[in-house]
Design a protein around this ligand. Structure first.
Ligand SMILES: Nc1ncnc2c1ncn2[C@@H]1O[C@H](COP(=O)(O)OP(=O)(O)OP(=O)(O)O)[C@@H](O)[C@H]1O
Ligand SMILES: [Mg+2]
Length: 220
């Protein structure tokens, strides 16, 4: 369960303050598939990062899986992330100097866990990456990069996947593969929150949240 209470986020920059989120309250039940939609700059990435425990809001409360995320210590928050969250970043965010296997395994050691070789091999296989296991990200196609990013998000067996435009730069076939993986994770009981401009994910969605100017727009 994810509970946001009156979340605000103001970025302070040298050129002034940007009100990115302006009082967001919402509740997402465990096991739901949620689509977030909204114009560029409406606060979608900001909202995902706050839910992930990666960005402290200016005000409000963020409770995920019973943890009050910005009340606990940074160390507890890091553990919370490793145990609960898989994040698929807008534009992949793969580490350029690590090969694909190392990129997928990245979250394990960071969380103080041993790399599970059998799980890694299974993920590479599931995502059609076995033959690319020792390639670097620059040697992959966009679809392969995005599958790597998803395999990485799944590696720690999270409860929640947060995906920021995971199909943004992909052709329809690769986009479909990506959504199928998110749907499978959801079918196995996982919670999915996906930011997407496209409408392909709508048929899996339990709910669609529209963000406009940092506020949730109720479209009835
Ligand atoms: N680090 C930052 N410093 C200052 N302003 C920021 C920062 N990050 C985001 N913003 C601003 O906050 C607002 C919301 O940004 P955010 O990235 O959440 O939007 P978005 O809905 O994800 O947009 P897009 O669809 O283009 O990815 C924008 O006006 C953006 O310029
Ligand atoms: Mg964004």
């Amino acid at each position: 369960m994810i509970i946001l209470e009156n979340i605000t986020k103001i970025y302070s920059t040298r050129r002034g303050r940007v009100h990115a989120l302006d009082g967001i309250s919402l509740q997402i039940d465990k096991g739901n598939f949620v689509v977030i939609r909204g114009p560029s700059g409406s606060g979608k990435t900001t909202l995902l990062m706050i839910i992930a425990g990666m960005l402290r809001p200016t005000g409000g409360r963020t409770v995920v899986e019973q943890s009050d995320l910005y009340e606990i210590s940074p160390k507890e928050r890091a553990k919370f992330r490793a145990d609960n969250i898989g994040f698929i970043f807008q534009m992949f965010h793969l580490v350029p100097y690590l090969n694909i296997t190392e990129n997928i395994a990245l979250a394990g050691p960071a969380a103080g866990k041993k790399t599970d070789k059998a799980r890694l091999a299974a993920l590479l296989d599931d995502f059609g990456l076995a033959e690319r296991a020792f390639h670097k990200p620059s040697q992959l196609s966009a679809g392969e990069k995005q599958r790597t990013a998803i395999a990485r998000a799944l590696h720690n067996q999270p409860k929640i996947i947060l995906a920021d435009e995971p199909t943004g730069n992909l052709d329809p076939e690769n986009a479909h593969t990506v959504l199928a993986h998110l749907r499978d994770f959801h079918r196995q009981g996982g919670t999915v929150i996906v930011v997407t401009h496209g409408s392909e994910a709508d048929r899996y969605a339990d709910c669609i949240i529209h963000l406009i100017n940092g506020r949730v727009e109720n479209l009835g």
